[in-house]
Write a protein that binds this ligand. Structure first.
Ligand code: ADP
Length: 302
């Protein structure tokens, strides 16, 4: 009887109640799946920046590659819903995503690296994604719930710049994330916004693993002298003022652009360069800061 009423739409209240119960059940099943998926991943690192163009995605890819070169099983998750760069940086655009019994399979990149990006589900790269907050939150939850990473040592999550729905949702959905690596360039314009990223982490009780000052000085290929194109040292000074760790400086290195454009992680291809050595130092600090820390649940007071 009741169901007939649903079909005719006569009793919206009853219909609503059923939907509410169904939604609650779906939510709790989804939450359990999400928790089970995340339990298989030892460490989750969020890569944030205040501004775009400071090298956040490049840093995310190279941290992941450097971890994989240390023998870690690594995943890269790209939740930059409006401008996913990871498929482009790794030349994975157009790769078919396959679904198996256990969920959506991430795309294998190089030895030890699996990749999932919202970009894999957008057939037309030049189409703008126009989604409001709730839609974004659903998509992120689906990605976290349905991607079958299996066991990973590290999941590196790349976000759009700023402190919007994407980092907020992930911080809330993964309460045991190890923390955030925050990327800035040395000039004031980037540093002002990066302070907001640090404050965002503080408010959400996401530990700040440290600040990376990217594009920090250029060694002239002709005379060998250093040129501070975007100034130098601002990231370290700001990290000190905000009382968060400083992970290191990555210089401007034209080979980083070349490697990105060729779809190869720079640290893998040009391991002997000063910039790759700087990445190695950063990753050593991240390993030191995270290896002893597993599954600590945060409670943000929002
Ligand atoms: P974001 O994710 O912050 O928007 P990207 O990672 O997409 O920035 O990097 C923007 C551009 O800067 C890319 O072309 C990348 O190759 C380049 N880049 C990043 N870091 C460096 C660096 N240290 N030296 C030279 N080029 C860099």
């Amino acid at each position: 009887m009741e169901c007939k009423k649903h079909n005719t739409g006569e009793d919206q209240g009853c219909h609503g109640k059923h939907n509410e119960t169904d939604n609650k059940l779906n939510d709790s099943t989804e939450d359990i799946t999400l928790a089970n998926r995340m339990a298989q991943i030892d460490h989750k690192i969020m890569v944030l920046s205040g501004k775009g163009g400071v090298g956040k995605s490049t840093v995310a890819v190279n941290i992941a590659a450097a971890l994989a070169m240390q023998g870690k099983q690594v995943g890269i998750l790209d939740v930059d819903l409006h401008g996913p760069s990871i498929p482009t940086l790794l030349h994975l655009n157009g790769k078919p995503v396959k679904t198996g019994d256990e969920g959506i399979n991430p795309v294998d990149f190089m030895e030890g690296i699996k990749v999932m990006s919202i970009g894999f589900f957008m057939p037309q790269q030049d189409k703008a994604v126009i989604w409001r907050g709730p839609m974004k939150i659903n998509v992120i939850k689906q990605l976290l719930t349905e991607v079958n990473w299996g066991h990973l040592d590290y999941l590196v999550i790349d976000f759009p710049p700023g402190t919007g729905d994407e980092p907020l949702s992930v911080a809330q959905m993964i309460p045991d994330a190890d923390g955030a690596v925050i990327v800035t360039t040395p000039q004031d314009l980037s540093l002002i916004d990066v302070r907001k990223s640090i404050d965002f982490c503080k408010q959400l009780k996401v530990p700040v693993l440290g600040v990376i000052e990217n594009m920090s000085g250029l060694v002239c290929p002709h005379c060998g002298k250093g040129v501070d194109v975007f100034k130098r040292g601002g990231g370290e000074k700001m990290a000190g003022e905000m009382r968060v760790p400083f992970l290191g400086r990555i210089p401007i290195e034209p080979l980083i652009v070349e490697a990105s454009d060729n779809g190869k992680p720079f640290v893998h291809q040009y391991g002997k360069t000063p910039a790759a050595k700087a990445f190695a130092k950063v990753v050593k600090l991240i390993l030191n800061n995270t290896e002893n820390r597993k599954g600590v649940i945060r409670h943000a007071d929002l």
